[in-house]
Design a protein around this ligand. Structure first.
Ligand SMILES: [Ca+2]
Length: 434
């Protein structure tokens, strides 16, 4: 009944041109970012970057289970003898991830990886002590849950494919309030059995489509496991991986071929180390834009860009502020200036928020004071938002601004009245969102 009403409503909206895409009613896409050391050591700055990124799930990668049951987050001991012993500020830092404004709705904790003995140790511990409340495995995962929370434990089992101990482990974790997610790259029969034994306790299956899993077909795995998988791709580094544009293209293709509704990026550490490949926000936008309604990605690419100055002729033209990549920028030789975006096909949209991504190799060039304006004729402008004394803490930082707007405009203009002190003004990317 509800569905029918929604469909009817959508048809009306489409008829009157209020909604550009019929797919807007679909479930919002899920985008997942894996990360290692920075998610522990990076503190509040990293949490803020994630909250602003557009990713909907943060995956703490990864917990190792030692032979004695101690839990390590990578090389940091975090739980021992039933007590949290990790960095004192980590629990409160992680708790900020879901605090508004944020794109993060879910926190997962991965267990295992390649080249370790975690699932062998889990099997041995279960054989020796079981999974009851007095077992060290139960006590330590209970302590982890009490300290840092988390919605799910993700099995990144690449060391021992033993179904019975994996199922016992999963049932124990479900008893602690965790959902279980699976992250295979090979050995489908093991994952089929684990999923079968854990039933609805498994609410997501990720699929590695890089490294040893590079040849994996999401459609095939979804059919074999009886659940639509969320495929994952590696981010661009000097020697491998996918640019945000490539992620967008491959996720789009899988949406068409396998009906995927989510995907993940491996991984944040590499994104930080390769800033020219794009920011975390670029990768989130690549997934969200491919899989979702336009409300989850910027609607401002592909149209006409006009500006007070066209931009540096050496590849830093005005169009670079609306090309979907924070690795490219608009640069002008002035401390102030304006830039505007006009949708194609004479279309008008009621944007409700916008984002600005700094280029920030010279922080003085970042915009400081500006207004965002809307227009339907390119001559008469309505002020939608005003910001003053803005700074950007780091290169490629994306800041988002919401404004209460229900009016559709054909043109949006950012009028920068001052930068942070330099003789030039530069902006890597401007996004508009429904
Ligand atoms: Ca750009």
């Amino acid at each position: 009944m509800k569905r029918k009403t929604l469909k009817l409503l959508l048809s009306c909206c489409l008829l009157f041109g209020m909604l550009p895409w019929g797919a807007s009613a679909a479930t919002p896409p899920e985008s997942v970012i894996y990360g290692g050391g920075p998610f522990y050591a990076g503190g509040t700055a990293t949490m803020n970057d994630l909250r602003q990124s557009g990713f909907t799930t943060v995956m703490l990668w990864t917990i190792h289970v030692n032979a004695n049951g101690d839990l390590y987050y990578n090389d940091q001991k975090v739980v021992s003898n039933g007590a949290y012993v990790g960095k004192a500020s980590w629990p409160s830092e992680l708790a900020t991830l879901k605090q508004a404004p944020t794109s993060v709705k879910r926190l997962e904790i991965s267990v295992g990886s390649w080249g370790v003995n975690d699932f062998q140790n889990i099997k041995d511990l279960i054989a020796a002590q079981g999974t009851g409340t007095t077992s060290i495995l139960y006590k330590n995962f209970s302590a982890l849950k009490n300290a840092i929370g988390g919605d799910a434990i993700s099995f990144d089992n690449e060391d021992l494919y033993d179904v019975n101990s994996s199922a016992a482990f999963g049932n124990m974790l479900a008893g602690l309030g965790y959902k279980i997610t699976l992250c295979p790259y090979t050995n489908v029969s093991y994952w089929q059995s684990v999923k079968s034994q854990l039933g609805t306790k498994v609410d997501r299956i990720y699929l590695q489509v890089y490294d040893g899993g590079a040849g994996n077909n999401p459609s095939t795995w979804s059919s074999q496991l009886g659940m639509t998988v969320m495929p994952g791709l590696d981010s661009k580094t000097s020697s491998r991986g996918n640019t945000p544009a490539q992620v967008n293209s491959r996720m789009s293709a899988w949406k068409a071929s396998a009906g995927i509704a989510g995907g993940f990026i491996w991984y944040y550490d590499a994104i930080l180390n390769n800033p020219s490949g794009g920011s975390a926000a670029d990768y989130a936008a690549a997934i969200n834009g491919a899989l979702g309604s336009p409300s989850s990605g910027s609607i401002a690419t592909g149209g006409t860009v006009t500006a007070s100055q066209g931009g540096s002729p050496s590849g830093e033209e005005k169009e670079k502020a609306f090309d979907g990549s924070s690795a490219t920028k608009w640069l002008i030789f002035a401390a102030s200036g304006w830039i505007q975006y006009q949708f194609g096909s004479n279309a008008a949209y009621a944007a409700t928020s916008y984002s600005i991504t700094s280029a920030n190799d010279y922080a003085a060039r970042d915009p400081k004071n500006w207004t965002l304006l809307g227009s339907n004729d390119g001559a008469t402008w309505t002020t939608l938002d005003t910001q003053t004394n803005q700074t950007f803490a780091s290169r490629f930082q994306t800041k988002s601004y919401s404004f209460g707007n229900t009016t559709a405009y054909k043109y949006y203009r950012l009028n920068v009245t001052a930068n942070n002190g330099g003789a030039e003004l530069q902006i890597a990317e401007i996004g508009l969102y429904l």
